[in-house]
Every structure is written in C-alpha cells, then in structure tokens.
Design a protein around this ligand. Structure first.
Ligand code: GLA
Length: 441
C-alpha cells in the first residue's frame, strides 16, 4: 500500500515539471546578451565581441573569483554566435573567425572547470539578431548538434516565428532534447511572444516542457527597466506566482548589477526582488571589471540562499503603501521567510513603521537577519512594532525565522540549511523553527 502511494506521489511530482531532473532551484550563471549584445566586431573590440575568448574569460572569472562556489555555474552564449550559414549537412556551426576552436572545445573548457555551457537558438526563420533560426524541420538536427557538442542548456527564442510554429516547436524541442539522452536545461521565450498571460499562454503546458521561461520584455541597463519588469511580474502575481516551483521558473531576465544603469541601492533592490521572485540569477555584466560593491551584492550569501531555497515557492507583493513603500514576502523552508521593504520614493530615506503581525505573520517570536547589513534583530514578537529606514529606490531585506523557546543540547543553535549550504558566519544564530510559518496567501 505504501509503495503504491509513494509511486503515485512520485508520478504526480514527475508530471508537474519538465521531467529532466534539472534546475530544482533557479539556475545561476552568466549570459552574454544584456551587456555584450550582438557585438561581432572583433577587429576593433577584441575583448568585448561575441567570441570564444569572451566566454573563456568569463568562465575563468566564475571559476577563480568565488562565483562557482556560490552557485553561479552556467556560462550562457546568447545570440550572434553562429555562422550565417549552416554546414553542408544542414547543421548549425559557430562563426569560424570568432569561435575557431568550436563549441565542443569551449564546452570541454567549461566542464574541466566544473561549469556548464548554455547556448542560444530561435524557433523561427532567423534569430532576433538575424542569424540562422531553427525552423520546425531543423529541431531534431539542432538538438542533436547541441548535445553532440556537450551543451548543457538551451535558450530558445521566438523571433520570426508564428503562433502555430511556437505551439508545435516548443514542445517538439523539449522532446528532441530529451531524446538526445543528455540532460539539457531548457528555457522557452514562448510566453514573451504571446503577451505572457493566459489564455494566450498555457503555463501548465510550459511547466511540463520547459525549465524556465521568459514571460516579458528584455531587461535594459536602467532602474526604469528593472521597475517596469518588477511591476509587470507582481501586478500579475495571481497568475504567475503559482506557476513556479522546482524545475519550472518564471524568468524576469538577467541581472544587470555591475553595469552602468543602477546605483548601489538599486543594485541591492534588483538582487532582493529577484531573490523574492525565485528568479534565475543570470548575470549579464563584465566579470573582469566588476566593482567590489557589485560583487558583494551578487555574492551575498543570504540573498542567494533565499533565492535558492529548496522549497522553491515564488514570493509575492504584500503591500503597496501610499507612502510609496512596497512590501514583498517569500515563504522559505524550515518555517523561515524573506521580507523586502522597497522604497519607490525619490526624496530621502523613509522611516517605515510596521510589525510582523501587520504582514500576516502568526503569533510567536522571531528573529530577523538583515541581508545587506549582516545584523540580527532578536526578540521580535509578531506584534512588536519596528521601524526600517529605506533609501530612495533601495531596499531593506530580512531573512525571518522563528526563534526557539528552548535550547536543544543536540543542536548547535544555528539554522541548518543556510549554515550547511552557504557557510554563513558562526556569529549568526539561526534557531530551529518551532512556530508555524505564515500560511501561503
Ligand atoms: C531577444 C531576447 C533577448 C536576446 C535577444 C538576442 O530580444 O529576448 O534576451 O536573446 O533576442 O537577439
């Protein structure tokens, strides 16, 4: 009887997300598009053009500057990598000048460093940048080609394709990737080409065939763009939030932290909101010249731990105050949760007064670890009134967990998941949960 029950449970779990076992937490890594676009001018700009050197350099940075250990393990090639012509057997091939070693060699270079390689294709006649696309008749060939190169991830864009081709093509590519026998993470831009919302978009189907999907517009290097994307995702949270889970993620697009458009406060805001959204943490920046502030934000252990929480529940916006303060919340495993207080103001730091009870927390005592200052607030009860000071276009982000009422002599008093996975400093005391978590809204 038990075996049958477990079998049935396994069956439902297996059908609720693309069954390739990949991306049980949001994928992390680096992708070329937002920062390096379709720069193919290697003569004038050899360091920044789309070439094997760029991806090798970024792989070196990920492997040598502590990124890989934090979970940033994918290097993803976006558009403009291929030759304008397929080879004589109809296969895609990289541009011979810019990728003289070929993709297989680049994949080996990454694998030798414990990293994974992502590549870009487009279900249509051409990619968005005008390179050869993957029309329906080419899907199997391209899946086989990518697998034979040792590629670990595919972003399949949707320029120059129609609704019918998408309806057929996205599921077909999913099947074709599975049929290669190589585990290949699969990102579908399909919903972004259909307005991102039902009835034009079928999220049930997407969850079964893709590991992640772009729902909305491309991110640009500005705070405006980050706000526009955030607003769209949270305005539509009733629809989008339930669709995410282990193996199936909404993708609000790349992290632009470390580029030109965001202040330090705005960079923290993007990191905090992407963590709340259970968004893929895919940076598009220049890892060779990152400032220490940008790096500290992108490598913030608590923000990453929140993003990578194994329960994989996407967070929600709880409040939009008339003061232009917004409150975001995400439930985490082991009865913990994350809170983000965001200021949309443009004047000066705002003193926001509230309590956990006002944010739907149940009675009990809590502690809060401030993600960006590293300070712990203890002795919070649900009704304790507190004040946070939030900078203009900045955030205060808390990791909240119930405080134990007694010390278990077997327990070293620290919160196990975060401690093991992210080796947070031992001065932090994360206590075993005892109080019921705030229920899902
Ligand atoms: C589209 C995608 C972007 C990027 C470009 C490449 O706009 O949404 O993320 O891949 O194409 O041309």
């Amino acid at each position: 009887y038990w075996e049958l029950l477990i079998f049935l449970l396994a069956l439902t779990a297996a059908t609720s997300a693309l069954d390739n076992g990949l991306m049980r937490t949001p994928p992390m890594g680096w992708m070329s598009w937002e920062r390096f676009r379709c720069n193919v001018n290697c003569e004038n700009d050899p360091k920044n053009c789309i070439s094997e050197n760029l991806f090798r350099d970024m792989a070196d940075r990920l492997a040598e500057d502590g990124w890989k250990e934090m979970g940033y393990d994918h290097v993803m090639i976006d558009d403009c990598w291929s030759s304008m012509l397929r080879d004589k057997d109809g296969r895609l091939q990289p541009d011979p000048q810019r990728f003289p070693g070929g993709i297989a060699k680049l994949a080996r270079y990454l694998h030798d460093r414990g990293l994974k390689l992502g590549i870009y294709g487009d279900l249509g006649t051409h990619t968005c940048g005008g390179y050869p696309g993957t029309t329906l008749d080419k899907i199997e060939t391209d899946a086989q080609t990518f697998a034979s190169w040792g590629v670990d991830f595919l972003k399949l864009d949707g320029c120059y394709s129609n609704e019918e081709d998408q309806q057929k093509g996205y599921p077909l590519m999913s099947k074709a990737l599975n049929a290669t026998g190589r585990p290949i993470g699969y990102s579908c831009s399909w919903p972004a080409y259909r307005g991102g919302l039902p009835p034009s978009v079928n999220y049930t189907l997407l969850g079964e065939i893709c590991n992640l999907w772009r729902n909305y517009d491309d991110i640009q290097d500005s705070w405006n763009s980050v706000q526009d994307i955030t607003d769209w995702f949270f305005d539509n949270q009733e629809i989008l939030q339930p669709e995410a889970g282990p193996g199936r993620w909404n993708d609000p697009d790349m992290l632009i932290i470390g580029n030109f458009g965001l202040s330090v406060d705005q960079s923290r805001s993007q990191m905090a909101l992407w963590a709340i959204m259970a968004a893929p943490l895919i940076m598009s920046n220049n890892l060779r010249t990152l400032s220490s502030e940008a790096r500290a934000i992108l490598q913030n252990r608590a923000a990453i731990a929140i993003n990578q929480d194994p329960m994989g529940v996407q967070g929600r916006r709880l409040l939009q105050e008339r003061s232009l303060i917004e409150v975001y919340w995400r439930p985490l495993s082991q009865s913990a949760s994350a809170l983000v207080f965001l200021s949309r103001r443009q004047d000066m730091p705002y003193q926001y007064h509230t309590s956990l009870a006002k944010l739907n927390y149940t009675a009990g005592s809590y502690e809060a670890y401030d993600v960006f200052t590293g300070k712990t607030l203890s002795g919070l009860s649900a009704t304790t009134e507190f004040t946070v000071s939030i900078n203009p276009s900045g955030v205060v982000m808390w990791y909240v967990y119930p405080k134990m009422h007694y010390e278990d002599p077997q327990d070293d008093g620290r919160y196990p998941y975060i401690r093991q996975k992210y080796r947070m400093s031992s001065s932090l005391h994360f206590h075993k949960p005892r109080v019921v978590p705030p229920s899902l809204l």
